[in-house]
Structures are given as structure tokens and as C-alpha cells.
Design a protein around this ligand. Structure first.
Ligand code: FAD
Length: 401
């Protein structure tokens, strides 16, 4: 069946779904398309990641009615503890401790399993009168005309004012639009899994900086934590090949006596890591958001949050175009100016952060240990970083305020 909508979105990942809900919330009609069956996305074997959702992004989920669908599945992050050291060995006594209560605020963020967040977003999208969600479909082509963009799938043509590419890191849409990307692979991969542990984590997120990359222990509900173990590709490949008992023993060694007995309670996944930035976000009636526009190192847990901000900013741009009586395409350049700059700053910071912390060069190692210790003593600097982690920096789109 052919459709007509204000906005067409290709890709119903976490960012595409959020963008659809945000635009629908501002009374725009949305055609949302995905190549995969949503039921596959909800399967436990599809995506084992959990995401740290910044406090500002969470506010948008509250506005959109998504937060209430996640009740009982969300773990607030109340403290972040950053240290530098060696596995099972020396941990620098100069650690950095962020406590949101000390800084006068609520939680710095919320941990949610990606598949549960996706489920909540899909349910909300299915219930929205303004969203037509079609999946699985194969989009075979799109074409810009004078005042519309047409999208072809399943032998039909649908029409919208603009087409949003939210189809991830390897975006088909981006390639079709002829938008180039810069890609710098990191000499690192990340293993993600979930562990169950004996003792409670009390909402503390730990990040231990090791020479090959950070080892993050992120709190989930029910005495569980999500692990993001970044290491050299060779070490990750070797760890992924370990039989279950040996992998469990290696994890236990890394936890030491932090939470009593620990053991994996979910499959493990490995992700290659790279810094990838699209040269431009907007071209004619096409705009990129989420990983289609930018993919960064997970060291600070900000990749998805950047995409959620894109989604919220898009909704503001759509609203403004309507208020100004403009063809939406003419207002899209605001998205480019607003989000491209913001994302480049954050991408560059995470890149520097990773290079600074993922090495064993003696002077840098000593300087960063000293830096962590010093920062721990300077309250204004701490407040600044807490606000960054909570996503409260820069000009916030209305749904994040
Ligand atoms: C190890 C790791 C840990 C991370 N942890 C965090 C964290 O704690 N916090 C955080 O903020 N970020 C985190 N990130 C980043 C975050 O996971 C990503 O930025 C986010 O998932 C990107 O979402 P997306 O919707 O843009 O893309 P995707 O999740 O890739 O979704 C793309 C969607 O497009 C669909 N699609 C693809 N091609 C087509 C096509 N041709 N036609 C139609 N549909 C198509 C796909 O089926 C999919 O549904 C992490 C990343 C990694 C690797």
C-alpha cells in the first residue's frame, strides 16, 4: 500500500524509533521502515548491549511515555568510580569518584538493556496514530522531486517531505545519497556480556582503565552488571574463543572481590570499534541521524545519547518549519548546524580520552593517575563532568529540557 507522510525514516533502531516518536509527539506524520522483523530485534540473541542513558535523554523518554513502559527494568546510576591500574594487580589509589547526590542532582543516568528499550519504543510506536511502522521491508530506491521525496518498497511508492536515514553505521541510505564518511578504526574491540553477582552494586558504575582499553562494570537491575571489556583485537578474539568456564574464570579475576561471587548470565558479543563521521548530515531532502551520521568509541557511553539528541533536535526543527510555514527541507540545515558541531566535539573528546587512557606509556600513565586524583579534589570540575555525563551541556532540544 502506498503512504504519504510528513517524514519518512529508514531504520527503526533505537534512534529511528525515538525520532519517529519525537516527531509524532510534535504532530507530524511519520512513515517508519526497517529491513528486519521487529520480533527478531527483541530476541535475547540479537543485541546483548545495555546502554547508559543520560539523564537528559531519559527526560525525553518520560515525555514520550517510553519511561513508564520500562518500569522495573531500569537501574539508576548514582555513582561513577574511575580508576587506573592492572587486572588483578595494582590499582592506583588516585581514583576519581563522581557522586551525583554530592553534586546536588538526581541520578547521572539510567542503565537499560537495549532489547528492552527497543521493545518499549516499538510498543509506543505501534500505538501512535501518527506513525505508520512497516517492517520487515526492503527499501529498493528513493528519489527527490521538486517538493517531495519518494521511497520505493515492496513494489509501491510512498511520499514524504524529507527522508531521515537512521539505518546505522553501514547506512545504505547514506551511500545512496552519496554522502561520504571518514573512518578511523581503533586497534581495539569490545566484548559485551552480562554477569550476575552475589553482592549489590548500589548503582555504582566502575570504569577501570587498563593499558589496552577500559573495563567497564555497569549496574543493571537484580544484582546484575553489564560488562564492556575493551581490549586489543587479538585478546578479544582469544577471550571470545574461550570455553565458558575459562571465560567465567577470567571475568571473576577481573572483578576480584568487588561483588563476591560473579558469573556470566548471558551470551557474549564482540564489536569492532572505529570512529566514523559523515562529512555532512543533510543533503537536499535527506538527513542522517544516529550511527548513520556518527559512530564513536563506547568509552563514555555517549554514542546512543548523541543519536537521541539528533532525534530530539529533528523534532524541534520539524516544529519550527511548521511554525514558519516553510517546506521542511529548507529548515533541515538547522539540524546540520546544531548537531554536526555538537557531535564532532563529543566524538573528538571521546577519541582523545581513549588514546590518553588506553596506553601504558610511563609519563602519560603517571600524569593521568595524578590527574584523576586531583580532579577528585576539585568540586567545580567534578560538577562539570557530572553535567557532561548527564547530557546537560550545550543547547538542549526541547524534549530533553
Ligand atoms: C560495545 C558498545 C557499547 C555501547 N554502549 C553505549 C552506551 O552505554 N550508551 C550509549 O549512549 N551508546 C552506547 N553505544 C552506542 C550505541 O549502541 C549506538 O550508538 C546505537 O545503538 C546506534 O543506534 P542507531 O539506531 O543509530 O543504529 P542501529 O542500532 O544500528 O539501528 C539501525 C537500524 O536500521 C535498520 N536498517 C539497516 N539497514 C537498513 C535498510 N537498508 N533498510 C531499512 N532498515 C535498515 C536495522 O535493521 C536497525 O534496526 C555502544 C556501542 C557499542 C559498540
Amino acid at each position: 500500500m502506498s503512504h504519504s507522510a510528513d517524514i519518512a525514516i529508514i531504520g527503526a533502531g533505537l534512534v529511528g524509533l525515538t525520532a519517529a516518536l519525537a516527531c509524532a509527539h510534535k504532530n507530524s506524520t511519520v512513515l517508519l521502515m526497517d529491513a528486519q522483523d521487529p520480533a527478531d530485534h527483541l530476541d535475547r540473541s540479537f543485541d546483548g548491549r545495555a546502554s547508559a542513558i543520560a539523564a537528559s535523554s531519559w527526560r525525553m523518554f518520560e515525555h514520550l511515555g517510553v519511561a513508564k513502559r520500562l518500569e522495573g527494568h531500569v537501574q539508576p546510576i548514582t555513582d561513577i568510580l574511575i580508576s587506573d591500574g592492572e587486572v588483578g594487580g595494582y590499582i592506583s589509589p588516585l581514583t576519581l569518584h563522581f557522586d551525583s547526590e554530592e553534586a546536588g542532582g538526581g541520578p547521572m543516568g539510567y542503565m537499560v538493556e537495549n532489547r528492552l528499550l527497543r521493545k518499549a519504543l516499538i510498543e509506543a510506536a505501534r500505538q501512535s496514530e501518527n506513525i505508520t511502522f512497516v517492517a520487515p521491508v526492503t527499501v529498493s530506491a528513493f528519489e527527490e522531486t521538486t517538493n517531495k521525496v519518494s521511497v520505493e518498497f515492496d513494489g509501491e511508492r510512498s511520499f514524504a517531505s524529507v527522508l531521515i536515514a537512521a539505518d546505522g553505521r553501514n547506512s545504505w541510505c547514506r551511500k545512496q545519497a552519496g554522502i561520504t564518511v571518514s573512518n578511523t578504526p581503533y586497534k581495539q574491540k569490545a566484548i559485551v556480556t552480562t554477569v550476575a553477582h552475589e553482592k549489590p552494586h548500589d548503582g555504582v558504575a566502575h570504569e577501570l582503565f587498563l593499558p589496552n582499553g577500559p573495563f567497564a562494570i555497569l549496574p543493571l537491575t537484580e544484582h546484575r552488571s553489564s560488562i564492556v571489556w575493551t581490549d586489543s583485537p587479538a585478546a578479544v578474539d582469544a577471550a571470545m574463543a574461550l570455553p565458558e568456564p575459562a571465560f567465567a574464570a577470567e571475568l571473576a579475576r577481573r572483578f576480584g572481590d568487588l561483588y563476591g561471587e560473579v558469573g556470566p548470565c548471558a551470551p557474549r558479543w564482540a564489536y569492532p570499534l572505529s570512529l566514523q563521521m559523515a562529512e555532512q548530515y543533510v543533503k537536499g531532502r535527506i538527513a542522517l541521524i544516529g550511527d548513520a551520521a556518527h559512530a564513536i568509541h563506547p568509552i563514555a557511553g555517549q554514542g546512543l545519547n548523541m543519536g537521541l539528541r539528533d532525534a530530539a533536535a529533528l523534532a524541534d526543527v520539524v516544529e519550527e518549519a511548521r511554525a514558519n510555514g516553510l517546506d521542511l527541507m529548507l529548515q533541515l540545515s538547522d539540524l546540520e548546524i546544531w548537531r554536526n558541531f555538537d557531535n564532532r566535539i563529543l566524538a573528538a573528546s571521546t577519541d582523545v580520552f581513549n588514546r590518553l587512557f588506553s596506553n601504558n606509556i610511563a609519563p602519560i600513565k603517571h600524569a593521568r593517575r595524578l590527574g584523576l586524583g586531583l580532579m577528585d579534589k576539585i568540586k567545580p570540575a567534578q560538577s562539570f563532568f557530572i553535567r557532561e555525563a548527564a547530557g546537560l551541556h550545550g543547547e538542549l532540544p526541547s524534549l530533553l529540557r
